[in-house]
Write a protein that binds this ligand. Structure first.
Ligand code: FES
Length: 327
């Protein structure tokens, strides 16, 4: 099978300011992975190509890179499955959100700094006298989070990190769930408090689902972040904008059967937080002008939707199920 590789090349040691692309047309087996193809280039076409890999079995997490704009493990991805068009083109670039050291090799210090930030080890209250037996169900719940191989794919794809480098990001937050949800850990409350209040914590995820889509190990980091949010709210850690935003949203749906846009800002930042409310006033006025905040919604007496009793019945039933599930 003939494929065309367009590979991002960058070597700051040569004084290069920006990446350029090198193109290679090669013949590979139908079953060849992206990594096989790159190794063929490195071994037979251009020995200066830098890439990172080790296990070639989707275990070590070394070979994550972007292929045609989407991050993949190169050793787990067949070239034929992702090649584009009649020329079977693959544009290969290093992971995003991390500085590039050379060609396809990124500096993962940012990644590891975030993992270190969440205290990635168990903190038992006391040393158990004998082996601590963990309920099977608890370990099953943690198994997704424990599958992480630290490849960095989720961090590469995270759009929040693109604009806010303080965001702890999906991989480290999934790792945080692995410890906050472990019955052997004795510092759940402290962990949840920290993750709720720190800049870039659990409430800064925008739920775009990108981390879930690209994770090669089905860790589903965004779902783990949502579990952390639920745990924090259940633990009564609600004195922050994120938790208040969620509660105001849910309260609005139960009260009116729809979102009450006008109550979201004061409900989230606090009704008496006058400086913050005033600072957001121009944005609110713009929303009113373009119809994103219908003026009737700004009135305190607007009515619930028809059939609100059904919405409330569903709402209360879900709440009850959630409470029973968390017992
Ligand atoms: S080389 Fe180890 S995960 Fe791809």
């Amino acid at each position: 099978m003939q494929i065309r590789l367009k590979v991002s090349r960058y070597n700051p040691a040569d004084g290069q300011q920006a990446a350029r692309y090198s193109e290679y047309s090669i013949d590979v087996a139908e079953s060849a992975t992206v990594l096989d193809s790159l190794l063929q280039v490195r071994d037979y076409e251009d020995g200066t190509l830098a890439l990172r890999y080790s296990c070639r079995s989707a275990i070590c997490g070394s070979c994550a890179m972007r292929v045609n704009g989407r991050v993949h493990l190169a050793c787990k991805t067949k070239a034929a499955a992702v090649a584009r068009g009649d020329s079977r083109e693959l544009v290969i670039e290093p992971m995003g959100n991390m500085p590039v050291i050379k060609d396809l090799v990124t500096d993962m210090e940012l990644y590891w700094a975030k993992v270190r930030q969440i205290t990635p080890w168990l903190l038992p209250v006391t040393q158990p006298e004998r082996e601590f037996l963990v309920p099977h169900a608890a370990m099953r719940d943690l198994s997704n989070a424990m599958n992480c191989i630290h490849c960095g794919a989720c961090v590469s794809a995270c759009p929040v990190l693109e604009v806010d480098k303080s965001f702890i990001a999906p991989a480290a937050l999934a790792k945080a769930y692995r410890f906050a949800g472990d019955p052997r850990d004795g510092h759940h409350q402290e962990r949840l408090k920290e993750l709720s209040s720190v800049a870039g914590g659990i409430w800064d995820c925008t739920r775009c689902n990108m981390c879930v889509e690209v994770c090669p190990k089905d860790v589903r980091p965004m779902d783990r972040i949502m579990q952390l949010r639920e745990m924090a709210v259940e633990a009564g850690i609600t004195g922050n904008i994120g938790a208040r935003h969620t509660n105001t949203f849910a309260g609005s749906v139960r009260r009116l059967g729809r979102l009450d846009e006008a109550s979201m800002l004061p409900g989230s930042v606090g009704f008496w937080n006058v400086p913050r409310l005033l600072s957001e006033l121009p944005g609110g006025l713009r929303m009113l002008r373009v119809g994103k905040l219908p003026w009737t919604h700004a009135l305190p007496w607007h009515k619930p939707i028809a059939g609100i009793k059904h919405v409330r019945r569903i709402f209360d039933s879900v709440r009850k199920q959630q409470k029973e599930a968390s017992k």
